[in-house]
Design a protein around this ligand. Sequence first.
Ligand code: 13P
Length: 336
Amino acid sequence: MSELNKIALKILSNGKGILAADESNGTMTKRLEAVNVESTPKNRLAFRETLFSSESMKDCIGGVILYDETINQISSLGKSIPELISASGAVPGIKVDTGAKNLANSPEEKITEGLDGLRERLKKYYELGARFTKWRGVYSISNNYPSKLAIHSNAHALARYAALVQECGMVPIVEPEVLMDGDHSADECLEKTSEVIKNCFEELILNKTDLSGIILKPNMILAGSNSKNKISNEEVSDKTLECLKNSVPTEVPGIAFLSGGQSEIEATENLNLINMNNSTNFIMTYSYGRALQQSALKFWSKDTTKITETQHVFNHRARMCTLAAQGKWSSDLENK
Ligand code: 13P
């Protein structure tokens, strides 16, 4: 078993999942202002530290994805943020892409940047304690998109990123996110997501990455958010499993879904069904941002001194997701 495979399994095993707390300052400002909290470095740290010190970090969270600002911050008790996360048994991770920009010659589509100087930045993050990383490519669905150019360019960048991360002794999360925005059908999402993921693996293989030392972070297969033809949770689970079974090489140890705008309950229920029906050898767990933090953020914003109570809200969500990652969740547990 390679060292990278060991790290991946430490993050994903036993129902554990990933807390995606790597919102850029711009995104975090939107999230905080939506609940009337001023977005300052101190407030961003205060909310995140509240989550990272929660009880459920020990039994539910295998890894936390940080943003550059947070990995460099010191917690209120004097430990660095990576030290605080490691003390709970979770693995600190870091988002290393520098964001999605307009793609030349297809400006309605995006290409994720951040390869320049990446090797040097990775060394710095390793020294700060990171053992895994994230890079997100984004694709939208419409009649003409995603174009072959967007699919190819993003897969190429994701694979070059992944190779550099493994060279530095860390596990890359490869995140090709096919967005939920639009009125496309679930079958279109299935078709495009499969094409996108297959293309990523072609490039990952071309770049000689160790597939046993990566984590795939895909979207679930859903109808577009404006589609009139929504599908049932059972169908989401069936189509998502079909997509992954046909597109992901068996060497990959695990898949950690993004929530992508699903509600907390939707993201939990869908993950639970995926695990109840999972006939693959892949671990299927969560790497949620909004679907883990939404309720906790809303509660905290009303009174930021209520740390223990905010942690209860977060613990509940993390425990529900961890049950779902084992196919053991049911809706009646939500109210206990
Ligand atoms: P959401 O779960 O809110 O989609 O965030 C996950 C993530 O890391 C997106 O890059």
